[in-house]
Write a protein that binds this ligand. Structure first.
Ligand SMILES: Nc1nc2c(ncn2[C@@H]2O[C@H](COP(=O)(O)OP(=O)(O)OP(=O)(O)O)[C@@H](O)[C@H]2O)c(=O)[nH]1
Ligand SMILES: [Mg+2]
Length: 180
């Protein structure tokens, strides 16, 4: 799908509905803002993203994060040619979504257009109690096999976009993968 030319590298942010993508970009925008907000404060309200949501971040150089709403899953691939890196978000508090998230992730990893882009897998909502541990979730996901057999360089992080845990690691990942 054609997109208007923008300054800065384009990062795609994907993941199932309600995984926390919109809250993540709002938090990252606040953390990387000029006044360098140290206190995140209460999480701002979010609405389900219908379509796409573009957010610019200044991390040394300007980058743009394009969130595609979970409900856009069937047409995510229309945006693959336009990005230099992918973030894939998983709701770590909803084990019932493991199989659908895994299928979606494998599908994007096997896409020709994404064959050489760095991928960051984020397990979000680690602040919430869950009947399954993250270790069990990752094992069910077969995350180690996915990393071993994928063509792309893959990093995995755990976050809470709600309380801010792990967000500095996400910013570090952006800095380490700054595309031209
Ligand atoms: N407890 C908790 N809630 C979170 C976290 N991240 C997001 N949420 C909440 O989860 C709900 C959905 O968050 P969104 O950011 O809108 O989810 P999304 O992935 O953008 O969803 P779509 O746009 O529909 O694909 C909101 O109520 C958020 O406040 C988190 O880390 N912990
Ligand atoms: Mg959203």
């Amino acid at each position: 799908m054609a997109t208007a030319a923008r300054e800065g590298a384009m990062y795609l942010l994907l993941g199932g509905s309600g995984a926390g993508k919109t809250l993540l970009v709002k938090r990252l925008q606040k953390l990387s803002s000029k006044d360098g907000a140290k206190e995140l404060g209460e999480p701002p309200a979010t609405l389900p993203t219908v379509g796409t949501n573009l957010t610019d971040l200044s991390l040394g150089k300007k980058i743009t994060v394009r969130e595609l709403g979970g409900c856009m899953g069937p047409i995510w691939s229309s945006y693959y040619s336009d990005c230099c890196s992918v973030l894939y978000m998983i709701d770590a508090a909803r084990p019932t979504q493991i199989s659908s998230s895994c299928v979606q992730l494998l599908s994007l990893l096997s896409a020709e257009k994404l064959a050489s882009v760095p991928v960051l897998i984020i397990f979000n909502k680690i602040d919430l109690p869950c009947y399954m541990s993250l270790v069990e979730m990752k094992s069910l996901f077969r995350i180690q096999d996915i990393i071993t057999f994928a063509k792309q360089p893959i990093a995995v992080l755990e976050t809470s976009a709600r309380d801010g845990t792990g967000l500095s690691n996400v910013l570090q990942w952006f800095n380490s993968t700054l595309c031209n």
